[in-house]
Design a protein around this ligand. Structure first.
Ligand code: S3P
Length: 430
């Protein structure tokens, strides 16, 4: 599918963004491993999450969807999964592949995991190495790339310092740790999203957190079925927040957005840049902080984005680059080398897209420097490189531009946000 961008004069509306992708994956996983029924309300029905859902169906977990789009999962217990009789396809989803690998390394059966072209190029040694230290048996192409084959075995606990702040690595090790002999101790170099820790605690697991350390105590016999209400995804909301900030005369109300501090660095950057973004009705839902957000067009200034802030907004950096191109002065993004191993190399892709749009941008090995503000230009084609966030970033920038940009392979948007175009049409006034 190809998408042509369209200029819009303002954005107005009251929107509910779909469910959080990271929380949705975890809700499916822990509900499947629990005993009894769990109800998942507001689960994100994007391609990535449906890959995780299908994986558990293939492993014998009964999962039903009702007419309102809510899911009931009849958990099979920690030891109740069955061997899938085919390769489990994780599609584009790094979260599915990495979290499942940790879980499957401890099951009493054999599994093969594969994925699409983008996922088969992403590094898996970051989970393979520590899982092997736990005595996992995992094989990979060149010891790093999917397809992965996993022969489940009895694991021993690990005491491990993660080399990068990665929620996927942390979660894979915690899932393996649920089955390991002994106490799993993890330390992160910086705080990555902590949805796994919160949800494990919600399911009654003995997990303790202190600063950047986590301790998971021995295996637990039972996780209890839960109702989980999933908030709107802040990473998806970020596209609409950006659009409202950079397009004159706009105002949006976004309901029920997850504002977990380990995830919401984007809101901090918006504030630092002078963006008018107000959080109201703050509350905690299923262990996750949530708020409604009112965002209005704003005059922005450049910001410095680096260090511990990076893992809290890693997925928002492409759209932050668009904010920066409209802000007065310099924006420096550093310490973000992880961007090179996401669904695409997001540094290379954003440098090329911003340059085509006429932005004065400089590439760094671990980020970029953007000098704004610039009147963005269109009239070119981009390929999303199978990367949903690159496609959506260009679509948002295009709202400011008279001459359209043609986004090839925009189907990738369904990975995380199938309703993106419909919601954009709903609130844009052309
Ligand atoms: C995710 C963690 C992040 C993020 C990804 C989703 C998760 O990756 O980029 O989109 O759900 O755990 P890291 O593992 O690099 O933190």
């Amino acid at each position: 599918m190809n998408l042509k961008t369209r200029k819009c004069h303002k954005l107005k509306g009251d929107l509910t963004i779909p469910g959080d992708k990271s929380i949705s994956h975890r809700a499916i996983i822990f509900a499947s491993l629990a005993k009894g029924y769990s109800n998942l309300i507001g689960l994100l029905e994007s391609e990535d999450c449906l890959k995780t859902l299908n994986a558990f169906r293939l492993m014998g977990v009964p999962i039903e969807r009702n007419s309102k789009g809510n899911y009931t999962i009849k958990g099979v217990g920690l030891k109740g999964l069955k061997e899938a009789d085919r390769v489990i396809d994780c599609g584009n989803s790094g979260t599915s592949m990495r979290l499942l690998t940790g879980l499957l390394a401890a099951q009493d059966f054999y599994t093969v995991l594969s994925g699409d072209t983008s996922l088969r190029k992403r590094p898996m040694d970051r989970i393979i190495k520590p899982l092997r230290e736990m005595k996992a048996k995992i094989w990979a192409r060149r010891d790093n790339y999917a397809p992965l084959s996993i022969k489940g075995s009895q694991l021993s606990a690990i005491n491990y310092t993660l080399p990068v702040a990665s929620a996927q690595v942390k979660s894979a090790l915690l899932l393996a740790g649920l089955y390991a002999d002994g106490k799993t101790i993890l330390r992160e170099p910086g705080l990555s999203r902590d949805h796994t820790e919160r949800m494990l605690q919600g399911f009654g697991v003995n997990l303790k957190k202190s600063g950047l350390s986590i301790e998971l105590d021995l295996q637990k016999d039972r996780l209890e079925g839960q109702e989980i209400v999933i908030p709107a995804d802040i990473s998806s909301a970020a596209f609409f927040i950006t659009a409202a900030l950079i397009i004159d005369d706009s105002e949006l109300l976004l309901r029920n957005v997850g504002i977990n501090p380990s995830r919401s660095g984007f809101l901090k950057v918006v504030k630092d840049m002078g963006g008018d973004c107000q959080l109201i009705n703050k509350r905690v839902v299923s262990g996750e902080p949530v708020a409604d957000i009112i965002v209005k067009s704003s005059k922005l200034t450049g910001a410095n984005i680096s260090g511990d802030l990076i893992p809290t907004l890693i997925d928002e950096l492409p759209i932050i680059a668009i904010l920066a191109s409209r802000a007065e002065g310099r924006t420096v993004i550093k310490d973000a080398a992880e961007l090179r191993v996401k669904e695409s190399d997001r540094i290379t892709n954003m440098i090329s897209i911003l340059s085509n749009m006429g932005v004065n941008v400089q590439e760094l090995t671990d980020g970029m420097i953007i000098n704004g503000p610039v009147e963005l230009k269109g009239g070119f084609e981009v390929d999303s490189s199978g990367d949903h966030r690159i496609a959506m970033t260009v679509a948002i920038a295009g709202l400011l531009i008279d001459e359209p940009i043609l986004i090839n392979n925009s189907d990738s948007i369904k990975t995380s946000f199938p309703e993106f175009i419909d919601l954009l049409n709903k609130c844009s006034i052309t």
